[in-house]
Design a binder for this molecule. Structure first.
Ligand code: AFP
Length: 337
């Protein structure tokens, strides 16, 4: 029995009456992303049977080993939007060195969109049959856009018109915001539809769990080390020590905190202050979601949404999760504690 009869399509229709920014065109883009998510989710569930797991032998623009499914999932996003009449003008993807112009038109519409996407976040989890996800960020562009000029594509997180992710776990889940709250949908495989499973998501102000790759501890700046030491200390009044959970998939860890509270951190390192995660298709969209649910996303010194990117594939340190937990991390990092 479905959890509710509110499909994603109906929800978008209903939300349009409440939220003027959610235009017909933007709804269409979100539904196309949902379609790509269904295709990717279906393939992932059977990938081992098709021999689709494993590495291609190539490295991507980030210098990371590319899984066959990274490349394939990227192609699904490109195909989904690459047709006459698509309102998406360009796609920026973790898996593509340069922005890809799609849609077969060139600035002839009053309003168009640029899609920033990590097609398969956490793909090194695939061989272990663990959760992975697709993260998306959507910006609206008015007037001429030169897709070959990178500076035309550098947008602040706070200017996103929508963002979200599809998570491929025990169930396939889609979470999105267009700036009027966060909604979660679960794929009903029988109906072939994403059906509303949680709406107006609000995360606890403080959690009991943190998530970080602690093998990097010795490389972190002292403020980050002191914050993690603090989380591990025993103090009944503040619910410490926090439990530690780290999946190797950013979007899965952040989703855990969206629903239950807590803090994820992938900080910069002393010799690599920019950190590992990507601003425009990882930190910014997840920051938009988390802040819509009452949480916070920060570099430790600056709100993620305020940063004007300098490159489409820019990396950024990220601390994201419950409001009080992220604020506490900022205090340690800024030497206020
Ligand atoms: P991929 O998208 O390339 O698989 O990267 C995964 C990721 O960006 C993020 O999802 C994880 O939290 C993080 O990297 C894991 O990195 P470490 O292996 O350095 O912990």
């Amino acid at each position: 029995m479905p959890l509710s009869s509110m499909t994603l399509a109906n929800h978008l229709l209903q939300q349009r009456t409440l939220h003027p920014g959610l235009t017909n065109d933007l709804s269409q883009v979100i539904q196309q992303i949902a379609l790509a998510g269904k295709v990717i989710g279906r393939e992932l569930s059977e990938a081992a049977l098709h021999g689709a797991l494993g590495l291609t032998g190539e490295t991507n623009v980030q210098g990371e080993a590319v899984q066959k499914l990274d490349e394939w999932a990227n192609e699904i996003f490109v195909q989904t939007f690459d047709g006459q009449g698509s309102v998406v003008r360009a796609i920026v993807s973790e898996e593509m060195d340069k922005p890809r112009e799609v849609g077969g038109h060139a600035g002839d519409r009053p309003e168009e969109y640029v899609l920033f996407v990590d097609p398969l976040d956490g793909s090194s989890n695939l061989d272990g049959n663990m959760t992975v996800g697709s993260i998306f960020s959507i910006h609206r562009v008015h007037g001429p856009l030169r897709t070959d000029v990178e500076t035309d594509l550098l947008k602040r997180g706070r200017d996103q018109v929508a963002a979200g992710y599809v998570l491929y776990g025990p169930g396939t889940v889609l979470v999105y915001t267009c700036g009027a709250g966060v909604s979660q949908f679960t794929l009903d495989r029988g109906m072939g539809e994403f059906v509303l499973s949680r709406s107006r998501l609000k995360m606890p102000a403080r959690g009991k769990v943190y998530s970080a790759n602690e093998s990097n501890y010795a490389k972190w700046p002292r403020g980050v080390q002191r914050f993690v030491d603090y989380l591990r200390d025993k103090d009944a009044a503040t619910g410490r020590p926090y439990a530690s959970r780290y999946s190797g998939c950013l979007v899965a860890d952040v989703h855990r905190f969206l629903t239950g509270g807590g803090v994820y951190l992938y900080p910069g390192e002393i010799s690599k202050p920019e950190g590992k995660l990507r601003l425009m298709y990882e930190a910014a969209p997840l920051g938009f979601i988390i802040e819509q649910a009452g949480g916070l996303a920060s570099t430790g010194t600056e709100r993620i949404g305020d940063i004007l990117p300098t490159a489409v594939h820019q990396r950024i340190p990220l601390i994201i999760g419950s409001h009080e937990d992220v604020s506490r991390a900022e205090e340690f990092i800024q030497d206020k504690r």
